[in-house]
Design a protein around this ligand. Structure first.
Ligand SMILES: *Cc1c(COP(=O)(O)O)cnc(C)c1O
Length: 375
């Protein structure tokens, strides 16, 4: 019997103090949502992002909800978001009763195209959520200057980009507030988890109040506003702290995996590869390839053939304007770049434990499936 090889598209690597810290939580019975790991994880994560404050919460989606609420987003407001993102970015806007307004992607970084933002601003627009897609930072100077000109807030959805840099500065510190996810497939993980970071004292106070049922920070059991229970547990924070201690290793490993993919795939005319702009440090959450227009085989067929070889992949996100809850909101608008990326792009396995030989194997099968350099 042959055991077929299986390479997952993502997997966590827990090779630091994760187990010791979790055992410490169990031994000490500090397993709920207060404890020293929460405090240390928040403090160290703020330091990692070079910001003053960090507030842990139970996932990256509620981190976005908290950020939007702290910024005062209300029903009928509009918030500009990229159409090419994970669904949470748009859903969090809807949780506030507000309306996401979609913007198409740039052809090279695949992030929201800053040149298309101004055309979408209306009197109802309150802010912009940028997404550092697949680990490549957004051109923040351009976005921030548009936002300042129109008096809009900016949230960085940094769920896919822990440790990425823009002009030498850490993402997470570049706008009014930023949010992270620690889901199992992200750059570092807590199983499920999220973080809100900011330099703004009043925003973090609101976030802390809202994530803890709305309780008055000075009067126990007095609830002046309707809040939520969006807290992270000390056990999750224990995992997060251990992951954060080794975050540079996680990032270096991902960049090495990306380098191996580039070496094997860069001369293949059938494939469009991710970029790293001269002002950017890409942390390669997902090494993503897009089939060139000349490739006749379709993306789903290529993914099926890779799966048959034990290689798990994911399609690039379906753009938000194509999803049933959002088609009506974007009727009559065109998003040709995101449409092409969404239908012709796929994420190859990208995680810190991948071996060079596995990347070589994956690249070989990809080249075979799409037709190779002789196309
Ligand atoms: C993963 C992700 C989120 C949501 O994070 P969860 O922790 O899964 O809730 C939000 N935005 C983007 C861009 C993501 O990739």
């Amino acid at each position: 019997m042959t055991t077929k090889r299986f390479i997952p598209v993502a997997a966590p690597v827990l090779n630091g103090n994760e187990k010791a810290y979790v055992m410490d939580c169990l031994d000490s019975t500090w397993i709920s949502s207060s404890g020293k790991y929460i405090e240390r994880f928040e403090q160290n994560f703020a330091g990692f992002c070079a910001v003053k404050h960090a507030a842990a919460c139970c996932n990256g989606t509620v981190a976005l909800h908290l950020a939007l609420m702290a910024l005062g987003v209300k029903p009928k407001d509009e918030v500009i978001v990229p159409t090419l993102t994970f669904v949470s970015t748009a859903n969090a806007v809807v949780y506030c009763g507000a309306r996401p307004v979609f913007v198409d992607s740039e052809p090279d970084t695949w992030n929201m195209n800053p040149n298309l933002i101004e055309a979408k601003i209306t009197p109802r627009t309150k802010g912009i959520i940028v997404v550092h897609l697949y680990g490549h930072p957004v051109d923040m100077d351009t976005v921030m200057s548009i936002a300042r000109r129109h008096k809009l807030f900016v949230i960085e959805d940094a769920a896919e980009a822990h440790g990425a840099e823009y002009k030498g500065r850490r993402i997470g510190s570049l706008a009014d507030i930023a949010t992270f996810s620690f889901y199992g497939n992200k750059i570092i993980t807590t199983g499920e988890g999220g973080m809100v970071v900011t330099n703004d004292d009043s925003l973090i106070t609101k976030v802390r109040q809202l994530k803890g049922q709305g309780m008055d920070p000075n009067t126990r059991y007095w609830f002046p506003v309707v809040g939520y229970n969006y807290r992270m547990t000390n056990v999750a924070a224990a995992i997060g702290l251990a992951q954060l201690e080794r975050v540079q290793w996680h990032i270096d490993r991902r960049r090495e995996v990306a380098r191996w993919y580039y070496e094997s795939l860069k001369d293949n005319p059938a494939l469009i590869l991710p970029v790293e702009k001269e002002w950017a440090k890409n942390v390669y959450w997902m090494f993503t390839v897009v089939l060139h227009d000349d490739v006749t085989k379709n993306r789903d067929q290529v993914m099926k053939e890779l799966a048959a070889e034990g290689i798990e992949t994911r399609p690039v996100f379906y753009p938000m304007h194509t999803l049933p809850p959002y088609t009506r909101l974007s009727r009559g608008q065109r998003f040709p770049v995101a449409d092409r990326l969404g239908s012709r792009g796929m994420n190859l396995p990208t995680w810190a434990g991948l071996k060079r030989e596995e990347v070589a194997f994956i690249s070989g099968v990809v080249k075979e499936c799409v037709g190779g350099p002789a196309l």
